[in-house]
Design a protein around this ligand. Structure first.
Ligand code: EPZ
Length: 430
């Protein structure tokens, strides 16, 4: 299996251009099938999750025309199947967005029940609660979720927990329901707003996305559109933390600084200098890193998808920090891997107590999931010596040309396919 091999110790310096937001694009691609007209989406990230969802969309009969790596044209006119195969859900949970999209458009849909995943059990009860509130009959049997409705009628839906996925899924179904729907305690993430803006560009009537109350007035049908995905604030934040951990000076370009406010706030507390521009943010980490406290929360709180990357930085700070993971129950699996690089972190329930160390030492580690994998690469770039990160297929799910972009910032890193090539890299850098 491929792995990243890197030699740490070089401060990352320079500029990196951020791609489209994976978690926005997944919602947009599912929503694109809700019209029989052509939809063109650009600024897509060229990552595995996007390619899997496009295959799932093609699998039900929509036409998918990849104009280039970052642009696609989709037409839902030819959809003949309303059942999304388990193989897609197994690869990416977000295939379940097709449930809301197809239920909204055809009043019928079937998607395999997603399993748990690397970071927690990931229930979907709120998705199903929303569909039922709109009048759908939802059954789970033989590992399949089947939803159907004679009519979808708007309703007042309260989300017991703030859920990005449930908000997006129910929002899509409500778009083509009859009458008004109110979603209370809705997720406010930028990617929820992006999906709402996209649907409105197709003729939907959605107000309040980005606040905790979203109001939808159902419409008869949706029309085609052209749309560009928002920048990926998690990719941007990952490079900002890489700058901090390597005491570098990095400017992330093509970002919306407002989406990065929680990350910026924590980098400032950790002793970094952060300069905001219209569509860029610069992180300068000349000074020693300082400890701080972090709790992950729904947007605009500190993002859980940035939690491992924050830990990499705090584990190098002069003092004791804490990270409280309030969203997922199993998002500290990287801690054991990081301990092999010398980190001093103790996890008690959902709190990591982090005692800073001087330096990581390079080691061979494994990526436990997408964001933790990226975080371990950051640790390797800050470490003394050579680090190898296995299981990088996780990282490739959500980071486009990750090693190339890091090399563009001065990192000594390569993607290798076997022990022989890893050995060659080590000889080259020793
Ligand atoms: C989305 O997952 C993202 N994935 C995740 O990013 C991200 O970590 C998460 O939102 C939180 O921001 C995509 O957008 C594809 P949730 P999602 O529903 O929608 C509970 C990455 O690295 N919950 O907001 O599945 C759930 O257990 C990935 O890109 C229910 O209880 O997350 C969790 O505790 C990892 N019932 C909390 O809500 C439900 O029906 C938030 O989950 C749904 C969720």
């Amino acid at each position: 299996m491929e792995r990243y091999v890197m030699k740490g110790g070089t401060p990352l310096r320079g500029e990196v251009v951020i791609g489209g937001a994976k978690n926005a694009a997944l919602g947009l691609l599912a929503a694109a099938v809700m019209t029989d007209e052509k939809v063109k989406i650009d600024n897509l990230p060229d990552v595995r999750d996007i390619n899997v969802l496009l295959s799932a969309i093609e699998g039900i009969g929509a036409t998918v025309n990849r104009i280039d790596a970052h642009t696609v044209e989709i037409c839902g006119k030819g959809i003949h199947g309303l059942s999304v195969d388990y193989e897609y859900i197994k690869k990416i949970r977000a295939s379940y967005y097709l449930l809301g999209a197809l239920l909204g458009k055809y009043k019928k849909a079937e998607v395999a029940l997603p399993g748990g995943c690397d970071i927690g059990s990931r229930p979907i009860d709120l998705h199903l609660k929303g569909f039922r509130a709109l009048g759908a009959n939802v059954e789970i049997s033989h590992g399949l979720i089947s939803a159907k409705a004679d009519r979808l009628v708007g309703n007042h839906i309260y989300m017991d927990k703030v859920s990005v996925g449930a908000t997006i899924n129910v929002l899509m179904a409500a778009t083509l329901a009859e009458g008004k729907t109110v979603i209370e305690n809705a997720a406010k993430e930028p990617h929820v707003v992006d999906v709402a803006n996209f649907l409105n560009s197709m003729g939907a009537n959605i107000r309040g996305a980005g606040t905790d109350v979203i109001r939808i007035v159902g419409v008869e049908k949706l029309h085609g559109t052209e749309y560009s995905v928002i920048p990926d604030q998690i990719e941007a934040g990952t490079f900002m933390f890489a700058a901090a951990a390597t005491h570098g000076d990095v400017t992330v370009r093509n970002v919306i600084p407002k989406h990065l406010e929680a990350t910026t706030a924590k980098l400032l507390e950790a002793g970094c200098q952060v300069i905001e521009f219209d569509d860029a943010v610069r992180v300068i980490a000349a000074e020693p890193l300082k400890p701080t406290q972090v709790t992950t929360l729904p947007y605009p709180g500190f993002p859980t998808d940035m939690q491992p990357q924050m830990a990499i930085v705090l584990a190098l700070a002069e003092g004791t920090s804490t990270i409280t993971e309030s969203i997922f129950e199993n998002r500290f699996r990287y801690v054991d891997e990081l301990a092999r690089m010398g980190a001093n972190i103790k996890v008690e329930s959902n709190i990591a107590i982090i005692n800073g160390i001087e330096k990581y030492t390079g080691a061979r580690v494994s990526a436990p999931d997408l964001r933790a994998g990226a975080a371990l690469v950051i640790a390797g770039l800050a470490a003394d010596g050579v680090t190898e990160v296995d299981d990088i297929q996780y990282i490739q799910r959500g980071y486009e040309r990750f090693e190339e972009k890091l090399r563009g910032l001065g990192a000594t890193i390569e993607r290798v396919a076997n022990d022989h090539d890893a050995q060659k890299f080590k000889l080259k850098v020793s």
